[in-house]
Design a protein around this ligand. Structure first.
Ligand code: NAD
Length: 260
């Protein structure tokens, strides 16, 4: 039932987004990739995914801080494939700093990429979903959409905002065949977390293995990283008929972090 549908996954040149985009392609959906990186590497990724799965895979270089580029990305995807059926808002960045020293431009950038881009993609993609009376909007929030940690003011504020936006959109589309869900992962081993491990190791003068055990996974009671595959499988569940009533939810997938 997903075969032939189209998915747009923001921030899918790396990490979680790439894993989710791959899972959707394997399930038979055409995929629009988005994100930054080396042009040659992205082309290799795009062509490889298309060849491996047999679906059509395109790439948009739209910058998630630019509303005009976001709107154009959605319009281009719709005119190429006729629809966006599954929208995964995944692009996100992190910056760690005490609030009084938090660089203003980092605050603005994180709010734009991690929160406002979700508003702009949803705003642009929803009319098409409503016309077809089917859609899945999946916003990759974070455990930090539900609880806070110090020194992550912009990230925590943005991710709480994503959960609020998700609930609002879910209510607005409740009587249609569209759902809107936030996924709230704990720590997943991706380039975004590797950077934090490196920074913390430098800041604390500790080996990376110790930083992972004592700092990064301190909040995650099961003491293991969430696997990208687990997130990809959850997205496929939400897109399946079994996911039809899961809407407005903030789904924790965090080894019991937010159960505390
Ligand atoms: P990542 O750094 O591996 O990937 C981020 C992606 O976003 C990349 O493709 C990058 O090119 C893209 N991106 C960054 N800025 C962009 C911009 N301005 N325009 C377009 N694309 C842009 O990170 P990840 O760990 O895979 O994170 C993906 C999402 O998952 C983020 O929203 C993050 O907050 C969330 N998340 C991650 C974790 C974790 O532990 N890794 C936990 C919870 C939530």
């Amino acid at each position: 039932m997903l075969k032939g549908k189209t998915a747009l996954v923001t921030g899918s040149t790396s990490g979680i987004g790439l894993g989710i985009a791959s899972g959707l392609a394997e399930a038979g959906l055409n995929v629009v990739l988005n994100g930054f990186g080396d042009a040659q590497q992205i082309e290799t990724l795009r062509a490889g995914l298309a060849q491996r799965t047999g679906v059509q895979v395109t790439y948009s270089a739209a910058d998630m801080t630019r509303p005009d580029e976001i709107t154009r990305m959605v319009e281009e995807a719709e005119s190429r494939f006729g629809s966006i059926d599954v929208l995964v808002n995944n692009a996100g960045i992190q910056h760690v700093s005490p609030v009084e020293a938090f660089p203003v431009e980092k605050w603005e950038q994180i709010l734009a990429i991690n929160l406002s881009s979700n508003f702009y993609t949803i705003r642009a993609a929803l009319p098409g979903m409503k016309r077809r009376n089917w859609g899945r909007i999946i916003n990759i929030a974070s455990a930090h959409g539900l609880v806070a940690s110090p020194f992550k003011a912009a990230y925590v504020a943005a991710k709480h905002g994503v959960v609020g936006l998700t609930k609002t959109v879910a209510l607005e589309v409740a009587e249609t065949g569209i759902t809107c869900v936030a996924i709230c992962p704990g720590y997943v081993r991706t380039p975004l977390v590797d950077n934090q491990i490196r920074d913390q190791a430098k800041a604390h003068g500790k080996p990376e293995a110790e930083v992972i055990r004592d700092i990064i996974l301190a909040a995650q009671p099961n003491k293991r990283f969430v696997e990208i595959q687990e997130l990809s499988d959850l997205v496929l569940f939400l897109c399946s008929p079994a996911g039809a009533s899961v809407s407005g939810s903030a789904l924790q997938i965090d080894g019991a972090w937010t159960a505390r």
